[in-house]
Design a protein around this ligand. Structure first.
Ligand SMILES: C[S@@+](CC[C@H](N)C(=O)[O-])C[C@H]1O[C@@H](n2cnc3c(N)ncnc32)[C@H](O)[C@@H]1O
Length: 177
């Protein structure tokens, strides 16, 4: 019986990411990195219990959307975000979402998720030009961040879309100087 419940929980945690909330003490720094205002839209990949969406909406007025793949966290987040009138949470694997309508996208995930080429390619394909990806703790694979804030508990990485990697010819970066 234990195995019946433990096995799916273990597989879920391995495939996706365990739920851990972004610390409240990091909010000011995050808001500075997000640089959001009330005319903009915000998306949280893996919205968890919805607390960050409520904070972001209260402090910026931005339209907020959260995507959450864990049924339990979706329910908790949906209640919190709905009661806080902070936006909406969708029960969805973020890889199935179109992110092209958001100005700022936030994520806190493991290296097995945020650090993979799959995730980086998905962002390159679906973020709109001018959008920002803000990642807490985990850098993206192969992309150089436009900003790194190390002034708190964990680093915050900011990437602007489109991401312009240095042009590479025969495996060597091309320099213009
Ligand atoms: C480290 S928690 C962060 C929660 C919240 N973003 C915060 O910062 O407080 C990661 C969350 O992402 C969710 N998650 C993991 N993979 C996901 C995916 N592919 N699509 C949507 N949500 C996902 C997990 O269920 C978990 O709630």
């Amino acid at each position: 019986m234990t195995l019946l419940f433990a096995a799916p929980a273990l597989i879920f945690t391995w495939r996706f990411a365990p739920w851990v909330p972004t610390p409240k003490a990091e909010l000011d720094r995050l808001l500075r990195c997000m640089d959001l205002d009330a005319s903009q839209s915000f998306c949280e990949l893996g919205a968890g219990d919805g607390r960050l969406m409520v904070w972001v909406h209260r402090h910026t007025g931005a339209r907020c959307t959260g995507l959450e793949v864990s049924p339990l966290m979706f329910l908790v987040g949906w209640v919190r975000v709905t009661l806080g009138r902070a936006g909406r949470v969708r029960f969805l694997d973020m890889y199935k979402a179109d992110l092209s309508s958001y100005d700022v996208v936030y994520v806190w995930g493991t290296a097995y998720w945020v650090g993979t080429p799959e995730f980086r390619e998905y962002l390159g394909r679906t973020l709109k030009p001018g959008a920002r990806l803000v990642s807490y703790q985990q850098p993206l694979s192969d992309w150089t961040p436009d900003l790194v804030d190390r002034g708190g508990q964990r680093p915050i990485y900011v990437y602007n879309q489109p991401h312009d990697p240095p042009e590479v010819v025969h495996g060597r970066p091309v320099t213009t100087a």
